[in-house]
Design a protein around this ligand. Sequence first.
Ligand code: F6R
Length: 583
Amino acid sequence: MCGVFAISSLDINDAGERVVDGLKKLEYRGYDSWGVATSSEMIKEVGKISASNATFIPDTKAIGHSRWATHGGVTQENSHPHRYKKVTLVHNGIFENYLSEKNRLLEKGETFLSETDSEVIAHLIQEQLDLSHDTKSAIQNVAKAITGRFSIVVMIEGLDEIFVARRGSPLIIGRGKDEYVNTTFIASDIPAFLEYTNIVNYIDDEEMAIIKNSDVNFYNLCSGEKIEKRNIEVSWKEEVADKGKYNHFMIKEIFDQKQSLTSAVNHTDEEIAEFISALQSGNGVYMVACGTAHKASIAAEYYFSQIAGRKINVVPASEMPAFERFINKETVLFAVSQSGETADILEILDLGKKRGAKILSITNVESSSIARISDNHLPIRAGKEKAVASTKATTSQMALLLLLAYADDNRLNEGRLLLQDLASNVNDLLNPRYEEYIKSVAETLNDCSNIFIIGRNSLFPMALESAIKIMEVSYIHAQGFAAGEMKHGPIALIEKGTPCIVLGCDSETISNAMELKSRGATIIGVAHVNNVLFDQWLKIPSAGTAISIASVLPIQILSYYLATLRGLDPDMPRNLAKSVTVK
Ligand code: F6R
């Protein structure tokens, strides 16, 4: 996580202000503090950069950072850039062995201003510079000493160049054109510079670059050998972050699902067939994902089992190392990710690549690291998702995964028809009256401190997903369970008035709901028909095997209102970031 942005130019002399503007577009990567350094100044602040109007002494060069804290609290000292003597740097990632290096430097008498791992890198580079004065080899030597994933952007006092290096965490070079032909942009993500250029060079793992104005040279980080890079034109248009008539991106993106479900499955038969043939080529499929995407993947486990008779092993990417002995050239690793930059997933894909596994992915960002490392990739085309809590990307992932399950069973057209039907029903469902009704349900829950959610079959992962959604934006404790599991322990927590959301109305789930109701629970039912048991009913369309997708929609709206009724900002919940590029 953390957003990194830098500019090196011959003729732009407001580089500092432009770096602030670019960082505002990367705020989804982390928003607890920020900082920008030019050749002569450094500004560091706690809080969101979106509120900043910082100005700088004119300069053609600047580096900046928007932080999601890993090492050390949210303080001005811990925010980036970090400076030690001649070295100023910003860092995204984690320097895993920083403590031993820091202790060594402390013993040498060096002092540190922050608690971060990043500041230690500045000291290490300075130590190397004291030995050789050659910044390129200084950075190479420091990279050898560091374990973990990182990208760094470095300025050295007295030098015009900006030095960058990457191992794991994303870093992209934007090559200026037209009026910006003498300018180069460096960012952890393309939106930072898309207003200036769509010509990019991707810095891959174990690579570095030295940038001076429009002059950019790439090198292998280990050997130092020069590398030639192709200029790539990205087809992105700058998507203007526009909430339209909505108060927050989250509710706008919930309503975007009126269209996004259709785009998610709008791939040609050939594209789907090619992907399915890759899926079928291996001997064992592991689906790796995190958070909400992981819950969408568990739903897919049900789809593939019940529709195509295929067992998919779904593992949270961070837990996959425990199963790494099963990754070999016969394995299909299937990544599901909105951002395409999630570090836990990339780590496993890197390992899979080394072992010759086939890498498949679906992401919302076609230029992302996960998409680029994949042998086969399908975009979910949800459109930019700005709110931290995933809504439209989640249902787009599920829609595409459901379609793939049908395709795996040679029933692609049946899947398409089902999803077309769902898309049109969702289009009808999402209207202001529905939203108002759910808001009124949220009002009844506003004072509660626990919410339980149950579901069976593909609604079980949706119970887990509903809990994530409620917790992350409203800070109310919520927990999802397989409907049949409550009686094996958690039912002890039910007392008079405990809110329980029941996903589905099949007879077994209703029996489980009855067990909760008998102990005093207030039941909020999510189903296509009402039931006498429901104290409140959130109606969804009848959606057949796509019921999991339909069921999550009212919970997204409910979560949104649980947050806003408590005066919280659902777009940027505390402690979170949209793109999680640290392990
Ligand atoms: C929650 C949420 C997160 C992400 C998770 C993975 O609403 O969005 O749980 O799903 O951080 O991110 P991606 O999908 O970008 O790999």
